[in-house]
Design a protein around this ligand. Sequence first.
Ligand code: SF4
Length: 237
Amino acid sequence: MVGFDLDTLNRKFTQEDPEKLMEYVLEKIGSSKVALASSLSIEDQILTDMLLKINSKARIFFIDTGRHFQKTYDLMERTMRRYEFHYEVYAPESKDLEYLVSEYGPNSFYDSVELRKKCCELRKVKPLQRVLHTVDAWICGLRREQSSTREEIHLVEWDGNHSIYKINPLAFWNEEQVWEYIKKENVPYSNLYNTGFRSIGCEPCTRAVKPGEDVRSGRWWWESPDKKECGLHLSKP
Ligand code: SF4
């Protein structure tokens, strides 16, 4: 695997457009060993647009938890048609789902943080691990201002959980920049955003938020803010 000097890279790309960082990573690591994780959020849609303009064969994957909004699947269709590409799709193991639902019921995520994390682990984290075994770097749409758990993310990080690099090209973007890009490039996005949703995940665990509330406050709203990650983005150094 290529060795990056993280401090140097983070300094170098702070003033650059996100595309420049992604171009650099694709060139240094090789496009077959880099993949964008897309949940079809507005940030991921921007990165999809940018990435496919850089390389129309770039790898973009979607974790199909089986609990997404129908509107998310509709957007997936629209995005595939617009850019003429296919997502790599990773789904939970059937034996994991059979165990989870048989043992704890279909909506156990509301019962405790532990059961919510178990559901995220089986539906999201384990499928994610399968795809991350195939790459040296993954690209994510995280932004610092999204939540208290993301305030210190960098453009390029070492993901100690998966032993690969993690690239956050939009780390320093604010919400205004996000919408400017979406409108300027006519990027397809979920119309859930037009009805108060500001961060979209699985349907039973996502709700609309009020103006002024934290972007991620509509996710697992029954839990305290410091627990609101699903395990996909919890990195150890
Ligand atoms: S977000 Fe909710 S439904 Fe989706 S995997 Fe996590 S707990 Fe399960």
